[in-house]
Ligand binder design. Sequence first.
Ligand SMILES: Cc1cc2nc3c(=O)[nH]c(=O)nc-3n(C[C@H](O)[C@H](O)[C@H](O)COP(=O)(O)OP(=O)(O)OC[C@H]3O[C@@H](n4cnc5c(N)ncnc54)[C@H](O)[C@@H]3O)c2cc1C
Length: 288
Amino acid sequence: MIPGSFAYHQPTSVSEAVALLADLGEEARPLAGGHSLIPMMKLRLATPEHLIDLKAIADLRGIRADGSDIVIGAMTTQHEVIASDLLAAKVPLLRETALVIADPQVRYVGTLGGNVANGDPGNDLPAVMMCLGATYEVAGKGGTRRIAAREFYHGAYFTALEPGEILTAVRIPVPSAGHGYAYEKLKRKVGDYATAAAAVVLTLDGGTVKSCAIGLTNVGETPLHAEAAARIVTGSTLDAATVKQAVAAAEAITAPASDNRGPAAYRTKMAGVMVARALARAKTRAGA
Ligand SMILES: Cc1cc2nc3c(=O)[nH]c(=O)nc-3n(C[C@H](O)[C@H](O)[C@H](O)COP(=O)(O)OP(=O)(O)OC[C@H]3O[C@@H](n4cnc5c(N)ncnc54)[C@H](O)[C@@H]3O)c2cc1C
């Protein structure tokens, strides 16, 4: 339970952080809230020789509106996401999701950027970012670039980040006013990772679904964008037969592990149940 030895660095700017990462190479890792990385280090599942702590970089914090987007700095804590009036008004799905991450102690320190950059399929925010059509802003020694959340996750703990790059911010297009949303998470107890979870954002036009996006958490090697399921409900009134078809389409893209959260077949079924519940709750909120 004691991590291997490492050198600690505390840059105060993004350029200093990426220069350190480039110079120190593969043995260096960014450190955000440390609530995923430090436990891995204690178990010796990660043994970085250098930790580049991002905490002192003021540019990585804060939540702001930028035209039709909201931009959230990577080092913004999960608690700050919950406390933000701007997010509560414009993207309430984020607050709803952050409230079911772990417990307040973790959320006071754990960051939004760490949660989405980690690449753990059990993290709750990645599927929500896919659902919202978010884009990740990334910086490396060679410059900056943007990566769609839907393109970011390649495998468990394997993302589109190149060595030496850090996530600087998450950019979210504000969903249209009156959209419906829900994050449904099945967990064994308070503070647990999801057995299965589903995020839904939809808009209605006279009782018919005009647009819909669905994301799934912890039922595959990566968070999942359930495109076919969303297409099935678009144009429908979310009648029972259509929802059943969408649930089947969502279940079809899952490939969960059998583990102490249950056998794979159970977790797949629970993903379907979460999709049905999230669709129903999003519908009741749409236009409210
Ligand atoms: C008891 C417990 C329960 C938890 N339950 C849940 C849960 O239910 N749902 C959930 O979603 N999470 C859960 N977590 C994880 C928690 O949300 C973490 O805070 C989060 O996964 C990682 O964020 P962090 O800021 O702590 O990142 P760190 O632990 O510091 O970093 C995680 C990884 O991301 C990398 N990284 C961090 N920031 C950046 C960046 N800006 N750019 C590039 N790479 C970066 C690090 O190098 C590391 O590999 C739990 C944690 C604990 C300890």
